[in-house]
Write a protein that binds this ligand. Structure first.
Ligand code: AMP
Length: 237
């Protein structure tokens, strides 16, 4: 297990971790940062979902866990994340929603070692869990291009249709109310200890932001931090 930030970035890529309850806007923020700071993003929730939609044997193994709102076992998660990392360009990777349990911290460490990654920032989006539950129940996603909407806060121009590509909008199976409660329960039991761990062991790298800030403001604040990190990274040997 990592115990201290080493601060030695020689020959390494920067890895940032984005954590917060479901509905705190992690994926929306991660996508804006990807576009603005030209960084790669590992969206664990959506990668797992894509694997299910592709109908692969791995996707079939993942499906029962994800549909029930339970954390996907680490061995399956590792296969999906490692495969995605193999194809990722660039020197900065943002992990959206990983690690989510204390057990995944060991997996993170292993993946970082294999891929020459060094933890350089931990972004925590703080949100009241009741607001998180309301936000999730209104969430819709485009089946075609993955654009996210919220029928309360950020509705599409036309009901059920993606503004960008005309694709059909759906409610994810795991955004149904009972599953949402299970996911938020997991967050409290499994992910809050991870946040506490980072706060304690990696204090200088942790940045907490209120998830209720206007999205552009949140993006601006985190983007500035990432710009600094990118500027500080030493040239590759
Ligand atoms: P999210 O959209 O990030 O809330 O993820 C949706 C679902 O994907 C979760 O309820 C889990 O079933 C699964 N999932 C996402 N990230 C992880 C992870 N780091 N470890 C295990 N399961 C995950």
């Amino acid at each position: 297990m990592p115990t201290q930030p080493s601060g030695d970035m020689r020959g390494k890529k920067c890895a940032a971790v984005l954590l917060g309850p479901q509905g705190s806007g992690k994926t929306t923020l991660a996508r804006s940062l990807a576009a603005r700071n030209h960084i790669a993003v590992i969206e664990t929730g959506n990668l797992l979902e894509k694997e299910i939609r592709r109908g692969t044997p791995l996707g079939q193994e993942i499906k029962p866990y994800k549909s029930a709102g339970k954390l996907v076992p680490m061995e399956l998660l590792q296969r999906v994340v490692s495969h995605e990392l193999e194809q990722m360009p660039g020197d900065f990777v943002l992990f959206d929603g990983f690690p989510r349990s204390m057990g995944q911290i060991d997996l993170m460490e292993k993946i970082f070692q294999d891929r020459q990654l060094e933890l350089c920032a931990v972004i925590i989006l703080a949100l009241d869990l009741q607001i998180a539950e309301e936000r999730l129940s209104g969430r819709r996603i485009c089946l075609q291009d993955g654009t996210l909407y919220n029928i309360h806060g950020n509705p599409p121009r036309q009901d059920g249709i993606c503004d960008r590509c005309g694709g059909k909008l759906i409610q994810r199976q795991d955004d149904q109310p009972e599953v949402v409660r299970e996911r938020l329960g997991n967050y409290v039991r499994e992910t809050i200890p991870v946040i506490e761990y980072f706060r304690e062991k990696f204090k200088p790298l942790v940045r907490e932001e209120p998830a209720t800030l206007p999205p552009e403001q949140l993006e601006e604040r985190v983007s500035r931090l990432f710009d600094q990190l990118i500027a500080q990274a030493p040239p590759k040997e």
